[in-house]
Design a protein around this ligand. Structure first.
Ligand SMILES: Nc1ncnc2c1ncn2[C@@H]1O[C@H](COP(=O)(O)OP(=O)(O)OP(=O)(O)O)[C@@H](O)[C@H]1O
Ligand SMILES: [Zn+2]
Length: 429
């Protein structure tokens, strides 16, 4: 390729970016109400041409495309799952597509949240997703809602859409969407993805269960996996989010498939990769969708699930102040060459990314059986414990203290704090 050709491509990309910026969809707040959606009686010639390859698919045809054109979809979450789900639905010619997300695009989202771009870091994700859809299909009716969906606003919004797609990452929002789906009489297509694995189902549809039927009480917050701790291979939410779009389209068309009801389990590194399990039907004594519901309105889901409606890990204080030291204090200990043992309790896979000099790695899950080794190694030295964010290190110190390993302390805020406050060359992941 010549320099001139490369320059031409660059210019075309720049023009596309500038055009997209000009056409930025307006973010809706909780105070805004969209104009009511209006159904149409027939497809335009432009629509017939644009969706032609879809239209001629056996079993699909004109009537199905028209049905899609007359159906509205609400995708909650424009992250890993929401990226393909919103893009495919928007490009497929659905009637109206609402996208809810309060968060902004960040660099470490982009390996999987492929609807966003590097240039849109800092832009609200619902707005960024709408921009990408508009770039693909300028006539798409897309509405970005740039706020957190919660008990105060969920029902009002859900009532305006036919099909709800849960593309979020936290259990509180999962209960919220399922409950709101039951109260508003809407099916909820639900997906999740973590590490190399994912799951997909449709709740509150064709006599099938709601999320509460299967999980009457939430699992302990500590057992719910989070991307930030467990990681996620980019293509895995890509697979599940794409299937969510497919299921949502099938629900819109009334095409039977996952309506038995069933549950798809995807294991990206196994053979076979997909398994389908039959799901129980609606539970007669379910608190919200049962025969005598005890729940008739939305509740406080964050409190119910004992955790925030996002998947960020926060530094919770478990230890007393005198059982912890700051990263600066630990830095002084290192600078003064004070004899000590530094135990890093992160999983091995994280330790291999980066670690502090002279630390030993004993993952928190293996700590119990290695307490004797720590006792031997420390001789009579002070013991300091570090992890990524400062939560596991506190739990580890408690375990050590119970096992008689005295003078053990946690380093507050872990390696994230170390990078922010002591050594900015230390990588953050
Ligand atoms: N109640 C909610 N209302 C609106 N958006 C939500 C709600 N709960 C979750 N989300 C959004 O759902 C998306 C889920 O995306 P994803 O699972 O890829 O995780 P993430 O939070 O973007 O990534 P990371 O955990 O790496 O920071 C996020 O953009 C998040 O802001
Ligand atoms: Zn139920």
């Amino acid at each position: 390729m010549t320099d001139l050709e490369i320059e031409n491509i660059r210019l075309r990309q720049r023009i596309a970016e500038l055009e997209a910026k000009q056409n930025v969809p307006v973010a809706y707040t909780t105070d805004d109400t969209a104009v009511p959606f209006e159904k149409v009686g027939k497809l335009t010639n432009d629509e017939i041409f644009r969706f032609g390859r879809q239209l001629v698919t056996p079993g699909f045809g004109y009537d199905s495309q028209l049905k899609l054109r007359n159906t509205t979809f609400l995708v909650v979450g424009a992250g890993g799952l929401g990226s393909p789900a919103t893009l495919y639905l928007g490009a497929a010619g659905v009637g109206r597509l609402g996208i809810v997300d309060h968060d902004t695009v960040d660099t470490n989202n982009l390996h999987r949240q492929v609807i966003h771009t590097d240039a849109r870091r800092g832009v609200n994700k619902a707005v960024s997703a709408a921009m990408s859809i508009k770039a693909v299909y300028p006539d798409a009716d897309v509405i970005p809602y740039a706020y957190t969906l919660d008990r105060s606003n969920a029902l009002d919004l859900i009532k305006q859409y036919d099909i709800i797609i849960d593309a979020t990452d936290n259990i509180a929002t999962r209960y919220l969407l399922s409950d709101a789906g039951v109260l508003a009489g809407k099916p909820v297509v639900s997906g999740s993805a973590l590490r190399n694995d994912g799951q997909l189902t449709v709740y509150n549809y064709n006599g099938g269960p709601c999320f509460r039927c299967l999980h009457p009480v939430p699992p302990p917050a500590s057992t719910v996996g989070k991307c930030v701790d467990n990681g996620v291979l980019g293509v895995v939410p890509g697979v599940i989010g794409t299937l969510e779009a497919l299921e949502a389209i099938k629900v819109a068309l009334g095409t039977p498939c996952l309506d038995t009801p069933s549950f798809v389990i995807f294991s990206g590194m196994s053979n076979p990769m997909f398994r389908t399990m039959k799901l129980r039907s609606r539970k007669k004594d379910c608190a919200i969708c049962g025969e005598h519901p005890t729940l008739t309105e939305l509740v406080d889901y964050v409190q119910f699930c004992n955790g925030a409606a996002d998947d960020k890990t926060v530094d919770e204080e478990i230890l007393l102040a005198n059982e912890r030291i700051s990263v600066q204090q630990y830095n002084d200990i290192v600078q003064h060459n004070e004899d000590h043992l530094l135990v890093d309790v992160r999983p091995k896979v994280q330790y291999s990314i980066c670690s502090l000099p002279n630390s030993i790695n004993i993952p928190i899950d293996e700590l119990e059986k290695n307490l004797g080794q720590i006792q031997e190694l420390r001789e009579d030295k002070d013991v300091y414990v570090i992890c990524r964010l400062g939560n596991d290190s506190q739990i580890a110190v408690r375990m050590m203290q119970k096992a008689g390993i005295d003078r053990s302390k946690d380093i507050i805020g872990g390696l994230l704090n170390w990078s922010k406050s002591v050594d900015d060359t230390f990588p953050i992941y």
